[in-house]
Design a protein around this ligand. Structure first.
Ligand code: ARG
Ligand code: ZN
Length: 885
């Protein structure tokens, strides 16, 4: 907490550290009312920084210094300088040892950064700058050290004592305490340090690596969760095998541990050998976790495991390079999930998410490039841009180089930089060197923020039999970047003839056609490509698989989109054609609604979805994806000025019309799939995910009919389901329905059955927070009083407050501004408890420029109220001040 304005840190100011820490020896004495941390740092002058002995400036926050020694000399108060962020002292030789003892208070640490207590266990979260809340240190990722850690605690309360690396020794004291020492043979930055102490049980397994080494795998949880670890364990083994096969990466310690904790700011953390997870990202079994949750667990377990190479063995030089590890690792986990499930469905989900949320970030006041060049609070830069857009940038490199070239590049990267702390430039350089290419212009994706627009025009010359595609790219200004240089945009495309067949592709000047689908690298502001030997006017299928994170526009007619929906051989683009058709139709309805005209649905959308529903040959997951209309958040994102009420009304109108027109085929699909669910036990496989997702989206449409047989079906599904996917979907349709009695009964039954399972109660909160029926704010306020809610648990905050503000547009944007006021109140409260969570919950208010003037004024007023509400954390201050700038 601070009163003065936080300082901005710039990438251009980067300097290598003056001193290095070769060895770090830590001892923790955990007690109920305090923890003592003793640190011995074996240090030396960094030879790369020349001779002379500048002052040593150690980072440290919220530490009570008990004693400090330089070599064997106890330092007195006049030997060092101490302020609330640093301890500065003067070394007298190039090699020296610092011994410090500090007292800290994990038991009252509500920020969940550094060492803290989650329930009855001790755990840590050090990325990005949490280690400085544990001991005085050079807390920066380019200082890599070998760690040994001894933990001592009460034996009864904390029978399990864990840290990074391998267990070395342990023992008992005669005062009821015990201790354990761990040694991590790999040098690492402090942000990868971890410690856990608690009454934990574990599920154990084994993995044999490609060079036949045996690795012990352990997932530690509280005893009541032992039956929810199998899915994560299976996912871990698949991820370990996949990284060997897809990237040639082998695990390197004798033991790999995962610990589940209930209070955690993010999804999970890749600490060396000891990953710490939000319990929501590791626990899953059929009865308590949905299919989506199972897939999230699989993806996050893989993500953190993959960090062992992309993050730990090769780490970041500084925090501006965060996407070096995060963008690459998200790209890697997406490849894994695609291989484990359906690649097309995975791509559709990722693109829908990116376009809805990252594009909005890229267009808002916190917009920043994938490699930002300035920040006040690094915690605010764990963003969709760094993670998801960063992954898209890596994906584009792969698209440009091809799979083989990309693998050569990643091999070179890992080999060249193993054990180092490096930059995004080093990553790209390895890709260049391994392939003999120049990616200089491509690197603008790392430095320029904003989502480029790509306008495409086509001209067919029937006489010359040529087709000319003209590309115009343009990237809107973003904070601090008024003007952008052209990007390299890989456009994967094909040309379809009247039967939907792909035509052979030959560019003017080329000797022969090569294939029927290819990648054009568009790299100028305006640029044309002419294809020859094109016998008839073709329809282009553009940006296949979403080959670049841009806003594409091509003047497709609705009939052409329907044609692509049926014929495009690229599954992603079939879905995309359906989405663009739905966008056109919905925007027409929105216009009608705004003009006060009766809304009339274009029947072509009905016809298109009918043929999808009746096509038994289609993957059911694809049918479900195609039936899902673009979400309200996406419709808001693509609006110039978002009229939330009209968007909600138009989309609901379309859903009702579709439900009515497609009742029969939806009902058939529903019943067939529900029947299949009844007849087989739950399995977490792509085929079953697909079946249940179609069943559940069908049910949500059918329920709009308000027919008694549908209500009965929903209640049957709710009562009889053997898994959370069906049960929760049934509860959601009841909650969103006008059947008050059934709704109340469903909610009460659910809460009674699952009251002791916090992760399930999160879902119960979310379903209600997202309900668009009038009175949403009042329902959320009431739920905050529920015994299962606590504002101190980030999952609860996200499930109730976050779901309301981010997903319930109709209620969050009520025109009296009461929901804005509510959110601002929560942010002010959270600012004092947990600044990272506070800053994240603010995001919806930062988008105020998207709405009408009256809502703009209301949202801005709340941001201003937060700004003057008292001592703001750097996290909240940065977001609020930049949003108002
Ligand atoms: N590195 C973690 C991951 O795998 C996330 C850590 C986030 N920490 C934070 N302070 N925001 O994505
Ligand atoms: Zn990560």
């Amino acid at each position: 907490m601070r009163t003065e304005q936080p300082r901005t840190i710039y990438l251009k100011d980067y300097q290598a550290p003056d001193y290095l820490i070769d060895e770090t020896h830590l001892t923790f004495e955990l007690h109920e009312d305090r923890t003592l941390v003793h640190a011995q740092l074996v240090m030396r002058r960094n030879p790369a920084r020349g001779s002379g002995l500048p002052p040593l400036v150690l980072d440290g926050q919220q530490l009570e210094l008990l004693s400090i020694r330089l070599n064997d000399r106890e330092l007195g108060a006049h030997d060092y300088l101490l302020d609330d962020r640093h301890l500065t002292l003067q070394p007298d030789s190039a090699e020296f040892v610092i011994d410090s003892s500090v007292c800290i208070h994990p038991e009252s640490n509500t920020a969940l950064e550094g060492l803290y207590k989650s329930g009855k266990m001790f755990c840590t979260q050090c990325e990005a700058e949490g280690f400085r809340k544990i001991t005085y240190y050079l807390d920066r990722p380019d200082v890599m050290s070998k760690f040994t850690t001894t933990v001592s605690a009460d034996r009864q309360r904390y029978p399990v004592l864990l840290s990074n690396g391998n267990p070395i020794t342990s023992g008992s004291e005669d005062n009821g305490r015990h201790w354990a020492t761990w040694e991590d043979p790999f040098r690492k930055p402090a942000y990868l340090f971890a410690l856990v102490a608690g009454d934990l049980w574990c599920v154990e397994d084994q993995f044999t690596t490609m060079s036949q080494r045996e690795v012990a795998l352990r997932i530690y949880v509280e005893p009541e969760n032992l039956d929810k670890c199998q899915h994560a364990m299976d996912s871990l083994k698949r991820a370990m095998r996949w990284d060997e096969e897809a990237y040639g990466r082998e695990y390197d310690l004798d033991i790999f541990m995962i610990v589940a904790v209930n209070d955690f700011n993010m999804g999970a953390m890749e600490n060396k050998g000891l990953n710490i997870f939000n319990s929501s990202a590791v626990l899953a079994k059929a009865e308590t976790a949905t299919d989506a949750a199972h897939q999230r667990v699989e993806a996050i377990v893989a993500h953190e495991y993959f960090h062992n190479w992309s993050g730990n063995r090769v780490t970041c030089r500084d925090w501006f390079q965060l996407s070096l590890k995060e963008g690459f690792t998200v790209f890697r986990d997406a490849g894994f999930s695609a291989d484990m499930n359906s690649p097309t469905v995975k791509r559709i989900e990722d693109v829908a998410y990116l376009r809805t949320h990252q594009f909005a970030e890229d267009a808002g006041p916190m917009a920043h490039s994938v490699r930002p060049d300035a920040y006040m609070e690094i915690s605010n830069f764990y963003t969709l841009t760094v993670y998801e857009k960063g992954a898209e940038v890596v994906r584009m490199i792969q698209t440009l180089l091809g799979a083989e070239g990309f693998r050569k590049g990643s091999d070179l990267y890992f080999q060249r930089h193993d054990g180092q702390a490096v930059t995004c430039d080093d990553f790209v350089k390895a890709m260049e060197d391994a392939n003999g290419v120049d990616l200089a212009q491509f690197k603008r994706w790392y430095s320029q923020a904003g989502t480029p627009r790509l306008e495409v025009g086509s001209a067919y010359d029937a006489e010359a039999k040529t087709l000319t595609l003209t590309f115009r790219q343009l990237c809107p200004p973003s904070p601090g970047q008024a003007h952008k240089e052209p990007f390299v945009i890989p456009v994967d495309l094909a040309l379809l003839d009247g039967q939907g067949r792909e035509l052979p592709l030959r560019l003017a000047g080329e000797a022969a056609a090569s294939g029927t689908s290819r990648v054009l690298a568009v790299n100028e502001a305006e640029q044309s490509f002419t294809f020859v030997d094109i016998p008839e006017q073709p329809l282009p299928s553009l940006l296949r698989g979403f080959s670049a994170p841009v806003k594409l526009s091509f003047p497709y007619s609705r009939d052409q989109l329907m044609f692509l929906m049926q014929h495009d051989s690229d599954g992603f683009n079939r879905w995309e054609a359906g989405q663009q058709l739905a966008v056109q139709v919905l925007q027409e309805l929105i216009g009608q609604r705004q003009r006060g005209e009766p809304m009339v649905l274009d029947r072509r959308l009905v016809a298109a979805l009918k043929s999808v529903l009746e096509n038994d040959g289609l993957d059911q997951a694809m049918v479900a994806e195609m039936l899902s209309l673009p979400g309200e958040a996406y419709l808001i994102e693509i609006s110039e000025v978002a009229d939330v009420d009209a968007i909600h009304a138009a989309r609901e109108f379309a859903r009702r019309e579709l439900a009515e027109a497609l009742f029969e085929p939806l009902w058939q699909r529903y019943q067939a799939n529900r029947q299949a669910s009844r007849q087989s036990a739950y399995v977490a496989t792509a085929e079953h995910f697909a079946r249940r997702s179609l069943q559940n989206i069908a049910l949500s449409y059918l329920m709009l009919s308000e027919k008694p047989e549908v209500l009965e079906a929903a209640q049957e599904q709710y009562r009889e389901a053997d898994n959370m996917t069906e049960r929760l979907a049934a509860l959601a349709v009841l909650v969103n329905s006008p059947f008050e009695e059934a709704k109340a009964e469903g909610l009460a039954l659910f809460a009674d059955r699952f009251k002791d399972d916090p992760l399930v109660m999160d879902q119960w909160f979310s379903v209600q927070a997202g309900c668009p029926l009038p009175g949403g704010l009042e329902r959320v306020r009431a739920l905050m009083q529920h015994p299962a809610f606590t504002i101190k648990n980030p999952n609860k905050v996200r499930a109730l407050i976050g779901a309301f503000a981010n997903q319930n547009h109709a209620n969050f944007h009520r025109d009296d501004g009461e929901s804005y006021r509510f959110l601002a109140d929560q942010v002010i409260m959270l600012n004092a408890l947990n600044p990272q969570i506070a800053a994240r919950q603010l995001a919806p208010l930062t988008r105020w420029r998207k709405y009408d003037l009256s809502r703009q004024a209301l949202m801005k007023a709340e941001l201003e109220r937060i700004l003057v509400s008292g001592s703001l954390s750097s996290d909240v201050y940065e977001v609020v001040s930049k949003s108002l700038a």
